[in-house]
Ligand binder design. Structure first.
Ligand code: ADP
Ligand code: MG
Length: 694
């Protein structure tokens, strides 16, 4: 039975030619509904519009040939292969079609029949095509058969048990049977952006009339994908703003001015802009959800401190969460130095905090005696209760996607949230992974910062590097030496680092104070070392792991990275950011004898480029977006049709339109937006932290 006017959300099995076995096979491609089928896009296309004469065919080229079957039959080769072979003539010459192990084709074709063959011509004894695509012409009136020939033909990504021919015919039929396709794009949006309607798009993405139509179809489908995602993000953002009547801060007059006067330096424009935006966010009734991006050492901490002061002045508590204990300890030092004299109570809560102290802090928190709590991300998990939390700051965290943030809200935490990251994030990722956040960027560095000079030297010149470190230390500065793990087990790499450390201390710098810090060290021990380093009681810090992000020792001016080719550009940039934080000229020295040409080029690029955004773009194009942030882990559905780099302009357009639409119809309750609303719910339900729209 031919089902006519099938709705697109019906199971594919309702289509003719799809029984239970077939249904199972195509479900392996992710196709269960008719809609899945229609949105299963070709990987590439073949132009089979032009018919060539057999006489003109050259060996090795691909042709579409139209002729008559002169004779055909099955025979066995010497090696025992069953071969079906036909000879086709088009009036200019003969060509042989050859199929291995498909003797049943004999029954399918008839001598004297007109046929089209498509494939690579090769000259052996005869001119031949092996396993060409075919079309029997007398069946032309049957629409199914014209799917494969005489047109631009789609080629799909397939698994082994589904053939191109089968899927192509199936999609052709589905297109024929589904009379109405759901249009998700509002008419006005389509008109403004010159986007073709859904029917034209789906038809032409599979069976384009010409390449111009294909382009229009593709543009529309990519736009649609981005538009749906961005609409969902806009809804999340709107909903958070509207529903969670967040904490509403008041800003007393002159607070900013008096804060500024307390600082030993002049704020940069980027810092001031960020603070003003944060002020606005915190004063508005909805909760703040802001991402603060700024190069390493661009001065994000002071921005955070202002936000904390604001919340405390309003009688609330503030929390800072960081990825590591060392960083927590460092923030604790900076913050208590600044806030304690103002009578603001700052506490540190990390794993190594003694049990007794922990209980006390928890009690104080609950009773509201603690104003600022600093800790690792476990702060949020440990069942910590606040008396009245007004602001949560997440520092150095770029791997914190929409769904994780949604968790916060699920826990009923409605305070303002500020996320800070030093990882420059290319704009396309900001628009997708962080699409529901407001974003501030600190672009310029504090005044008087000298750019870090970067040098790449080879192993044999190590002695010179050591000599240089000594000079710097003797003039009062400090140095990091990073010895990353080499392909060995953790243990032996640790002992290798120990050996390096001992060698340096004994033989190279016997008169200086060195210390070794490594990944398996206890938090408290690391904290003690870092404190000593900060206080310049240690001259040279030898480390096995990435020196933790956010560490701030302005007096350290040298960063030596051994085996530097083991690191990616982003990591190297993070490391270089540890220095150049104060008033002194700083030096980053890469020691490496790289093996590959790629590594060599990376090191050279790193010597040249200072700007983190430039390096990030470079990384994005080398490694791709999925890798760069691990977008999968963010719980964001992958982007299937669009390409974040190539289709960046379409993404920008779609975002603008989506946010405008949601601004006007914040629950997508307008009848005209019903299809859009439905598809968003289907696609993102439970994924972006909202379960109900509107
Ligand atoms: P990051 O953005 O990496 O978190 P920090 O906030 O740790 O950077 O700042 C790095 C260093 O720069 C700190 O020692 C801080 O005191 C200093 N600093 C911050 N802002 C300024 C400024 N406007 N002028 C001079 N120094 C500043
Ligand atoms: Mg920082």
């Amino acid at each position: 039975m031919q089902v006519k006017t099938l709705p697109q959300d019906k199971k594919a099995q309702y289509l003719k030619g799809v029984g239970p076995r077939r249904a199972k096979q195509i479900s392996g491609l992710g196709i269960t509904t008719v809609s899945d089928l229609l949105y299963y896009l070709p990987r590439r296309y073949e132009d089979r519009r032009e018919i060539s004469s057999i006489r003109d065919a050259r060996s090795g080229a691909i042709y579409t040939i139209k002729g008559r079957i002169k004779r055909h039959g099955v025979w066995k080769s010497k090696k025992g292969m069953v071969i079906y072979e036909m000879v086709v003539n088009d009036g200019t010459g003969d060509i042989h079609g050859v199929w291995y192990n498909q003797p049943y084709l004999k029954k399918y074709f008839k001598g004297g029949e007109d046929i089209i063959l498509y494939g690579k011509a090769e000259r052996f004894k005869y001119l031949q095509m092996t396993h060409p695509d075919y079309e029997i012409l007398k069946k032309e009136e049957d629409s199914l058969e014209t799917a494969h020939m005489n047109r631009i033909v789609p080629i799909y990504p397939l698994t082994r048990d589904v053939t191109q021919r089968y899927l192509r015919a199936l999609i052709y039929r589905a297109l024929d049977n589904v009379k109405t396709l759901k249009e998700t794009l509002p008419t006005a949006v389509r008109a403004r952006n010159k986007l073709v309607d859904i029917r034209f798009a789906v038809k032409n993405i599979h069976f384009p009339g010409n390449f111009e139509s294909l382009k229009m179809a593709h543009r529309r489908i990519v736009f649609e994908e981005f538009f749906i995602l961005e609409s969902a993000l806009a809804l999340v953002k709107k909903k958070v703003k509207r529903e969670s009547a967040g904490v509403r801060h008041k800003v007393e007059k002159g607070l900013f001015e008096s804060f500024k006067r307390m600082l030993p330096f002049k704020l940069t424009k980027g810092q001031i802009d960020a603070m003003k935006k944060i002020e606005e966010d915190m004063m508005s009734p909805g909760p703040m959800n802001r991402l603060l991006q700024g190069e390493v050492a661009s001065g994000k901490t002071v921005v955070a401190m202002y936000a904390l002061l604001l919340t405390i002045k309003n009688g609330f508590q503030g929390a800072i969460m960081v990825p590591t204990e060392t960083l927590a300890q460092q923030h604790y030092l900076t913050m208590s130095e600044f806030f304690m004299p103002l009578g603001i109570n700052v506490r540190l809560l990390i794993r190594s905090t003694g049990n007794g102290a922990k209980e006390e802090i928890k009690k104080e928190l609950k009773e509201g005696d603690v104003d600022i709590i600093i800790g690792t991300h476990s702060l949020i998990q440990e069942g910590i209760l606040f008396d009245r939390i007004g602001l949560i700051i997440i520092d150095e965290q770029h791997k914190f996607g929409v769904s994780q943030r949604a968790l916060f809200r699920k826990k009923g935490i409605k305070s303002d949230v500020l996320i800070m990251t030093a990882t420059p994030i290319p704009r396309t990722l900001v628009l997708t992974v962080y699409g529901d956040l407001d974003v501030s960027v600190i672009r310029q560095m504090p005044e008087g910062r000298l750019p870090v000079s970067t040098y790449w030297v080879e192993e044999e010149r190590k002695e010179m590097v050591y000599k240089f470190i000594r000079e710097e230390v003797l003039s009062g500065r400090q140095a990091y030496i990073l010895c990353p793990r080499i392909e060995e087990t953790q243990k032996s790499s640790l002992s290798a680092a120990k050996a390096v450390y001992e060698h340096l201390q004994k033989d190279v710098f016997p008169d200086l104070k060195l210390a070794l810090i490594h990944g398996r060290m206890k938090g408290s021990e690391k904290g003690r070392l870092m404190r000593h380093f900060r206080g310049n009681k240690i001259n040279i810090l030898v480390s096995t792991t990435l020196i933790e992000v956010g560490i701030d020792v302005p007096n350290a001016t040298v960063m030596v990275i051994e085996n530097a080719d083991r690191f990616g550009l982003a990591q190297l940039h993070q490391l270089r950011g540890r220095i150049g934080r104060g008033e002194y000229k700083s030096y980053c020295i890469l020691i490496s004898d790289p093996k590959g040409e790629n590594a060599r080029r990376r090191l050279e690029a790193f010597e040249q480029l200072q700007d983190g955004f430039e390096l990030a773009e470079e990384d994005l194009s080398i490694r791709g977006p999925g890798q760069l942030l691990g977008t999968r882990q963010h719980g964001l559905p992958e982007i299937k049709y669009g390409n974040m780099i190539a289709d960046k302009d379409i993404l920008e357009l779609a975002r603008r339109e989506a946010f405008e639409l949601v601004e006007k119809d914040s629950g997508l309750t307008d009848e005209r937006n019903r299809n859009l609303r439905e598809v968003i719910l289907n696609r993102y339900k439970g994924k972006l932290g909202f379960f109900k729209v509107g």
